[in-house]
Design a protein around this ligand. Sequence first.
Ligand code: ADP
Ligand code: ZN
Length: 672
Amino acid sequence: MNLADIILPLAVEGVFTYLLPDDSPFVPDAGQRVVVPLGKQKEVVGVIQHIRRSAEGEDTSNYRPVLRFPETFAMVTPEQLALWQWLAQYYMCTIGEAMRTALPNTMRADRTSRPRKQVETDFSIQPAHPLNEQQQRAEREIYAAWEQHPTVLLYGVTSSGKTEVYIHLAQHQIARGKTMLYLVPEIALTTQLTERLRRVFGDRLGVYHSRLTDRERLDIYKNVLAGDKYDIVIGVRSALFLPFKALGMIIVDEEHDTSYKQQDPAPRYHARTVAQKLAALHGAKVLLGTATPAVETYYNALNGKYGLVEMKQRFAGLALPAIHLLDLHKAYKQKKMEGHFSYPLVVRIREQLEAGKQVLLFQNRRGYNSYVECRECGFIPKCVNCDVSLTEHKPVAAGLTSRLVCHYCGYSIPAPAVCPQCGKGIPADHGFGTEKIEEEARQLFPEARIARMDTDTMHTKDAHEQMIRRFAEHRIDILVGTQMITKGLHFRDVSLVAVLKADAMLHQPDFRAYERAYQMLEQVSGRAGRSGTEGHVILQTSDIENPVFAHLKKHDYETMYAEQTEERKMFRYPPFHRIIGLTLRHRELSRLEAASRTLHERLTLVFGTRCSGIIVPGISRVQNQYIRQLMLKIEANASYAKAKQLLAQELLYVKTLPPCKGILITPDVDPM
Ligand code: ADP
Ligand code: ZN
């Protein structure tokens, strides 16, 4: 009897065995899609992992037959199947969950996938820029380093010309008949970058971003599967799951970026880690590029796990921007503030505007720290579903009223005209977000053209692109923005970048807060002075003694790194220990607490002090579910696979214990 072990898109462990028809007009193959019955009524689309004869003595009477084959050929390659298997093991999820994340939605529907149509577009191809001396040296060193290490870190300061190096490497790959994958963080995938690559690669470039329609996604998938359409695919993290053939190189640009980590759903993977596995499956090389490496990455580069290549000069001899610190504490005391702008900052901005330059104003995170509070009684409106305060959103059109919004679940209410608690005061906006900064800037610089870019203003499909274009064409003088403006953008006329409150991001209860603050501030500074114009950065802070600012002033990543690794060693964090987070969720607090205690007890028996105490997270209720966490810290030199195996066993076991029944427990391997 011919049997097929089939992967179904379910959060259930393992594969499912079905009978293959004897009279199929073709020989079914691993990687092929099938439609199979599930339960009493349902039909689902799965993928054949493996075809085999029934084993001696295997009872096949319960197996049901495969119903249909949507195509006669495999839509999933052997490398993809191997990658899914690995994802399930490494990230402690089911192979069905890996498949669900990896395949375009449309491929999970029972529809025949027709061979793709070729649409030829004409692009005028231009040669790439010749590399300068530093870039040529970097290129040579990258090749030499790849001889020893499959993964190499290209650590090059902002605007050192890394992108041009990537282009040259890609051209060599293509000349050798290989394809390449160019990964970028979510927001960095802009027309600025794709147009630059289009000029060199024309229609041999595939672009895989998160705003594609299902149809477009499937088209790119089929193009990659056919293997003859693209030489290079640029995409966000999910592009890792395309059916590559003859992959020669993967570039992970801005490798430090946190959007490379998938938070939800499972698999909670990190693109940097998956890229290395994918490359290994293809015998390909990986290049990690950044001006501010993740601490883990730099550690691996210094300790011989990765190769290391550096570019310390900006392209064309430009200087790195000069960083100036402004003591907010003092400025407030001396009453030298206009709203959130210190006097010196106001003066600097006026100077730049008069000189016909552009200014970027950075405020971390939309509505960050921005909550509403009654000035009479201190009442703070909170979300009914989550343990977070609501943020005020100004009306989008005249005649509408402001709303208070939860950034976690979207719950919103009209802003109350009078405090519901004391009936006297008016709950008003106390923190300061980008909206507030924009409003103040309009008053301070009435003659300037001002725009704001954050996730609130940028929800339409092309709004982000258009805003970048308008700013690049200097049709905007001052751009106020969040993280969105830190990523890989290149604006000619920006001479001044200011961060209104640079310490806000330092005070987060996360061992990576310091590293992230450094990365973000260095990256946002890197937008200043990128062509000819001298670049200046003003960091306003009420924590001026914080060592991070001294490091930033000197662009001294290495000292920041040294301090961080000291601390991480002491507190058993990565790169010295690896972390597996466990999150427990339930609607009833008492049940959740009992389950947390049980899990904690069990894990402490197995893992000893590697298991943390029960953690009540900063936001301890979301969408009506209470949340508790545990953390396992596994020594970097211990077997990670073994630890996960033990953990998986324990999780299976505790789920059978009464306090844990019905409690959702989700592991997060290498959480961020
Ligand atoms: P990075 O990726 O390191 O931030 P880019 O590759 O964006 O730097 O380069 C910064 C600027 O210098 C860009 O405007 C780019 O076009 C220009 N540039 C870099 N290398 C070259 C080169 N070899 N020839 C001409 N222009 C270059
Ligand atoms: Zn909420």
